[in-house]
Design a protein around this ligand. Structure first.
Ligand SMILES: [Zn+2]
Length: 283
């Protein structure tokens, strides 16, 4: 499940290989990739485009072309982009191949087939992203005040609110748990009940968790790998995610697992206490 650190790793490793290159030939074998658009039509429109920059917005990978168009790729659960030389070996879950003008190929692989490609005209990009992706957590605009505004008045659990892509762009289930542990905030606390100091710690926790993930080139649980086929290393350093019953790296107590917003959620009950004011009102 690629989140911001995994998508950013893919972006930064692909960037030098694709910027200035032309999409010479594009083959999309699975209609689900471009649904509801016709895959052959999208492929034909992509051929001849030259990459001006490779950017990331939230969990989207954005190929910006000289023409002004943008190919927005969302990897969802198991999408992946692999770089290879000409005539690279086809693998069972390859859904599309982009041949570049230097003879290299980008092979798009997706086991569960939830990933999507969307080719947008220049005029449509901003509106499309604005309704789906909020502030980038590693950019300067992500301040404690802006985060506090997004949380104000919301009664949903903080974990659910942080998972909302309009609250924090690019964060998902793994890094939300890691961020809440760093911030010492219980995942079920109502978002609007966090005080200013809590919000400051949360902002810092989000940034530290994401930066740690980028520094380790992401987390490989099952399918994720870098464009050159290597595994990330973040999974070896998780503080809470997937560590039920194991000792907390801060206090030594056992990590617990629960469910929040339908998602498996790991936390340390000692380091991330429930706030007293709402424990009373809960029963
Ligand atoms: Zn602890």
């Amino acid at each position: 499940v690629p989140e911001l650190p995994e998508v950013e790793t893919i972006r930064s490793l692909l960037e030098p290989a694709v910027v200035g290159r032309q999409f010479e030939r594009v083959q999309i074998d699975d209609p689900r990739v471009t649904r509801p658009d016709d895959p052959a039509g999208v492929a034909a429109r992509l051929e001849g485009e030259t990459v001006r920059s490779l950017e990331r917005r939230g969990k989207y990978l954005a190929f910006r072309f000289e023409s002004g168009r943008t190919l927005l790729m969302h990897l969802r659960m198991t999408g992946n982009v692999r770089r290879s030389g000409q005539g690279g070996t086809a693998e069972p879950h390859d859904r599309a191949v982009i041949s570049l003008d230097d003879g290299s190929e980008l092979r798009y692989r997706d086991v569960r087939r939830f990933g999507t490609w969307l080719l947008l005209e220049p005029a449509d990009l901003q509106a499309y992203l604005q309704s789906r992706v909020g502030t980038e957590p590693l950019e300067n605009g992500f301040t404690a005040i802006s985060l506090e505004r997004r949380l104000a008045g919301r009664r949903a659990p903080i974990k659910a609110v942080v998972l909302d892509q309009l609250t924090v762009a690019g964060i998902g289930n793994i890094y939300t748990d890691e961020a809440l542990w760093r911030a010492r905030i219980h995942p079920l606390r109502p978002a609007g009940a966090l005080g200013r100091e809590d919000v400051r710690r949360l902002r810092r926790g989000i940034r530290e968790a994401l930066r740690a993930g980028i520094a380790r080139q992401g987390a490989t649980l099952r399918d994720y790998s870098t464009p050159d086929g290597r595994r990330g290393a973040m999974q070896d350093e998780f503080r809470v995610y997937g560590r039920e019953g194991k000792p907390c790296r801060r206090c030594g107590g056992p990590i617990e697992k629960t469910r929040v917003a339908g998602r498996g959620t790991w936390f340390c009950p000692a380091c991330q206490p429930r706030a007293p004011e709402w424990v009373h009102s809960e029963n």
